[in-house]
Design a protein around this ligand. Structure first.
Ligand code: AHG
Ligand code: MN
Ligand code: MN
Length: 355
């Protein structure tokens, strides 16, 4: 009623109040907790805290050279990748924001060798948080969209009474209780699933509020757009080559339609496009020694993105198997990733099994 009135008598002040009344992240999560039972109070608080940290990261990202956040640090992470300033800053922001809230027992991240337990002077919660603090590091200095990816798991029963170990994180993606990403692009957005569909929020930076703007994100079953780093063509295995060759053959090939191609090289931005207009994304295993097991990381890139994609009606495989059913064996495990519109992913799965 109030919002209708405000719309009718729409002065700038009224419009401001109307924005405050729009459904935001807190409303959405409270509703999910009360009506759907899809999040616990602890997980609700945790997601709000992660979202707050992403606001801070987004703020630093937007400052760019003015904030002195561009460039590298000269250090390397455990995977031998050069760390950018923003990789390390974002990791610190997420750690600090999430340490004291009482929802977590431990955290793990791309930028840390092993697990980070909650210090003993804070209450210990029943959840585990994994993140890729800054995804798309190669795009930081060229002002292209980047993001933060996160995944939430429960502490396994066997670990409730003792300190968390790395092995407690090694749960298949089907056990995730929530996952999402923030994208720092022309708009800052938060895309989230708590296992009940996928929703999107846009940051209203004046109000500091994550406003619900995308209520039920769905991926079309078919597509005519693919995303892959074509420069690796010569390294690919036969099934991937076969599929991409068929896409390139267009209307004259077996797929009988013309395909478009995009590759942003920030997984967050590529997946965001898929969730917006469909498509298929591939970072497959290939013949290079360093990519034998894939490039992307299972626990904090592939699993959370697969959860989102499946919840939006798409599919996600490593080539032959559903990513979310893989049993992880190590924290920084890599995996081949093929995800997006269901029919294309199924076709790729068939090509892999036929090979
Ligand atoms: P990160 O910046 O977290 O290390 O991840 C980068 C990943 C991913 O975002 C992207 O899809 C892929 O690397 C791009 O790899 P190429 O540069 O090999 O295309
Ligand atoms: Mn990444
Ligand atoms: Mn990263």
């Amino acid at each position: 009623m109030l919002s209708k009135l405000l719309l009718k008598h729409s002065t700038p002040k009224a419009r401001h109040s109307e924005r405050i009344l729009k459904k935001n992240l807190t409303h959405y999560l409270v509703e999910q907790q009360r009506q759907q039972g899809s999040v616990s109070a602890e997980v609700r608080l945790l997601i709000e805290t992660v979202a707050r940290a992403c606001k801070v990261i987004g703020h630093h990202v937007s400052k760019g050279a003015l904030g002195g956040v561009l460039g590298s640090l000269g250090s390397e992470n455990i995977q031998g990748e050069v760390q950018k300033k923003l990789d390390v800053m974002s990791n610190e922001i997420l750690l600090q924001a999430n340490e004291w809230g009482g929802s977590l027992a431990a955290m793990a991240s791309e930028e840390m060798d092993t697990v980070h337990r909650i210090p003993s002077h804070y209450p210990k919660g029943r959840n585990l948080l994994l993140f890729d603090p800054l995804d798309g590091s190669s795009n930081i200095d060229v002002n292209v969209s980047i993001g933060t990816i996160f995944s939430v798991l429960n502490v396994p029963e066997s670990a409730e009474e003792r300190d968390i170990q790395e092995r407690d994180f090694l749960q298949p993606g089907v056990r995730q209780v929530a996952a999402g990403y923030a994208i720092y692009g022309p708009q800052t957005m938060l895309i989230l699933t708590v296992g009940n569909g996928v929703v999107g929020f846009t940051l209203d930076s004046e109000l500091g509020s994550w406003v619900l703007t995308n209520e039920d994100i769905r991926i079309p079953k078919q597509t005519s757009e693919f995303a892959i780093n074509m420069s690796n063509y010569r390294h690919w295995h036969a099934p991937v080559r076969r599929y991409i060759d068929e896409c390139l053959a267009g209307t004259e090939g077996p797929l009988a339609k013309n395909y478009n191609m995009r590759w942003i090289a920030s997984m967050v931005a590529d997946v965001h496009r898929l969730l917006t207009r469909g498509g298929v994304f591939l970072y497959p295993t290939d013949q290079r020694e360093s990519v034998q097991e894939g490039k992307l990381r299972l626990m904090y890139e592939a699993n959370p993105m697969s959860f989102l994609i499946e919840q939006a009606g798409g599919a996600a495989i490593d080539g032959t198997q559903r990513i979310m059913e893989l049993q992880p064996t190590k924290l920084h495990q890599r995996v081949g990733v093929i995800l997006g519109s269901e029919e294309e992913v199924q076709r790729l799965q068939r090509y892999h099994s036929e090979a």
